[in-house]
Design a protein around this ligand. Structure first.
Ligand SMILES: [Mg+2]
Length: 265
């Protein structure tokens, strides 16, 4: 196997996970071969994901399990970018977290007290919202009361859904929208794509080089990379079909049926 000539323009690839390397628990056909060839040709890789359900360690295990070679420092999640952002705040304070245990641990690692399941939850200084399967009315009520009392509202992304084999599942966007609708406040900050935090974290780890971002969503992967000044490749194995890709304005730098079709000659 060999790489397509267009890859000669790039030293570093920022690769999305869901809808690009896998859908649910199914690897995308040819993606493992494509990634292996990129490594064989000396390309630097970084995996960027708005997925807030999994810790970076879990994503590394999933990558290996589905046939993709990867190391921990190559995985940049929205949770890791959140931790970096929170750690940079002057006063740590307390946080009420809607999200998985992995997300709670990122917030705690940034030095904030976790107010969940305490009498101070609705008086937290920061409310963090990320998708998780246990989302319920009680935590929505607590988050809304904290935000109305002045808490900083941070969303992990505005992704509406993520792709699963049985159809789309709700992602962070609709949960954040519920908090915003009830509190009458917009989020103060969004961490994931298309905002710059993930790209900045990845490029900080990779160092200088010519960069291509690859993903399956126009509103996050393509828009975020464009905003960050990075070339974009849209693959059609996830959230976007060929018709939507053709209608995109401005068009992505590259469009391909899959990661394999994008990179393999
Ligand atoms: Mg994706």
């Amino acid at each position: 196997m060999a790489l397509r000539p267009l890859l000669a323009r790039y030293d570093q690839l920022l690769v999305d996970l869901d809808g690009c390397l896998w859908v649910g628990d199914e690897p995308v056909r040819g993606a493992a071969d494509a990634l292996a060839q990129l490594r064989a040709d000396g390309k630097a890789l970084s995996f960027l994901t708005n997925d807030v359900r999994s810790a970076p360690e879990e994503l590394v295990r999933k990558l290996w399990r589905l046939g993709f070679q990867a190391s921990l420092d190559e995985v940049v999640t929205a949770g890791a970018a959140l931790q970096f952002t929170l750690a940079g705040r002057g006063t740590p304070g307390s946080a009420f977290v809607i999200g998985t245990l992995a997300l709670v641990e990122h917030v705690a690692s940034a030095g904030l007290r976790i107010a969940n399941r305490t009498e101070f939850a609705s008086r937290a200084d920061v409310v963090v919202v990320g998708a998780h399967a246990g989302f319920d009315y009680a935590e929505l009520r607590t988050a809304v009361q904290a935000v109305v009392r002045g808490a900083e509202l941070i969303g992990l992304s505005r992704d509406p859904t993520y792709p699963m084999p049985d159809g789309p599942w709700p992602a962070t966007g609709p949960l954040l929208a519920a908090v915003e609708a009830a509190s009458g406040r917009r989020a103060d900050r969004i961490i994931g794509k298309p905002e710059p935090a993930l790209y900045e974290a990845a490029r900080d780890r990779l160092g200088p080089g010519r960069c291509l971002a690859i993903g399956d969503r126009l509103d996050t992967d393509v828009a975020g990379a464009r905003r960050a000044g990075i070339d974009q490749a849209l693959v059609l194995t996830g959230a976007t079909d060929a018709e939507q890709a053709a209608a995109a304005d401005p068009a992505p730098t590259h469009v391909a049926d899959s990661l394999a079709a994008l990179v393999l000659a």
